[in-house]
Write a protein that binds this ligand. Structure first.
Ligand SMILES: [Mg+2]
Length: 334
């Protein structure tokens, strides 16, 4: 059973959602109506040994990342995050200094986005387990689901791809290599993307207002996450590989570890960049706004096209089309 199979089982066993649930399982966040407001709900868990390694991430960065990955899911709906609940499992006798740093990192990420941490739960666990639940509100422009992409829409992505996966490979290369790459400059962006990723909250709202028809945050790799948009929207996509905005440090990483930049960009996860579909006329104004206000690049990397089988095709410089397999991070895959 892979992750998708397990989610499918849960969906089949759940009773039909009540009418005030506008979007349930299967998007970055659920959308529910409470009174006259649309509320976004999302949760995400980080498990030691699976999602992070305590020997390579500081407690402060871990706390920051735990909040950021949740705010990113609210961002992917075009929403405004408001509150977080934090559930934390830890082995017996945690180091007090480590714990203070962990909470400080959470506070830092929450403060950056004016989010309040309003409660949670503590328990004992074999390893560190950090689960955060975030709520958000929809903003003018409305909620952007994964399911609204139309044939002819352009496919755009914020920022650069592959940095977080590159940071992970750099950490795996060893502490000396990582430290050397950081001081040489090129490693810093990769390590920060892995340990201290930025949630594209303001960017998500701009894209929603610009008329984004679908949106997702790239948490499991471009290929897999684009596959989710295609499946939810029942459209295909063509991705121009020569246009992918590769993180600059990846060329240096290639020389050190042999990791292919394109492979990291397509299949590496955790970049927390936003992948959106937009009507063609909306791309340039949205890109200009993001560049002016936040200095965030927005790159047109392809087009959605009619295909009821929701296939993704990649083209490289030679123009040849190849199917792009939705490989990427799967918690239960091999
Ligand atoms: Mg997501």
């Amino acid at each position: 059973l892979n992750e998708a199979d397990l989610i499918g089982t849960i969906e089949r066993l759940l009773p039909a959602a009540p009418p005030d649930v506008l979007a349930g399982i299967g998007d970055d966040a659920a959308v529910v109506r409470i009174g006259d407001r649309l509320v976004l709900l999302s949760t995400d868990m980080l498990v030691e040994g699976v999602d992070f390694d305590r020997s390579t991430i500081t407690a402060r960065d871990l706390g920051y990342r735990a909040i950021a990955v949740n705010l990113s899911d609210i961002a992917a709906m075009g929403g405004s995050p408001r509150y977080c609940l934090v559930a934390l499992g830890m082995p017996r006798d945690p180091d007090p200094a480590w714990f203070v740093e962990l909470v400080s990192g959470m506070v830092e990420a929450a403060r950056e986005h004016a989010v309040a941490i309003v409660g949670g739960d503590l328990s004992r666990a074999e390893t560190v387990v950090l689960s955060v639940t975030a709520t958000g509100e929809s903003v003018p422009g409305g909620v952007v689901l994964r399911s609204g992409a139309k044939p002819g829409d352009r496919l755009v992505v914020t920022g650069r791809l592959g940095a977080a996966a590159g940071g992970l490979r750099l950490l795996a290369a060893g502490p000396r290599e990582a430290a050397r790459a950081r001081s040489a400059g090129w490693g810093r962006d990769l390590l920060d993307a892995q340990c201290r990723p930025a949630a594209r909250v303001a960017e998500g709202q701009v894209l929603a207002r610009a008329g984004a028809t679908a949106m997702i945050d790239v948490s499991d790799g471009l290929a897999r996450d684009l596959g989710r948009v295609c499946a939810a929207s029942a459209v295909g996509a063509i991705v121009r590989l020569d246009r992918l905005p590769l993180a600059p440090g990846l060329q240096d990483l290639l020389r050190l570890t042999g990791d292919d930049p394109l492979d990291l960009a397509l299949h590496g996860g955790e970049d927390l960049e936003l992948l959106a579909t937009l009507p063609a006329a909306a791309v340039e104004p949205a890109a200009a706004t993001l560049a002016e206000r936040f200095g965030t690049p927005l790159t047109d990397i392809g087009e959605m096209r009619a295909d009821p089988d929701a296939r993704i095709v990649a083209t490289s410089q030679d123009g040849a089309e190849r199917p792009l397999a939705p490989a990427g991070w799967d918690h239960f895959g091999t």
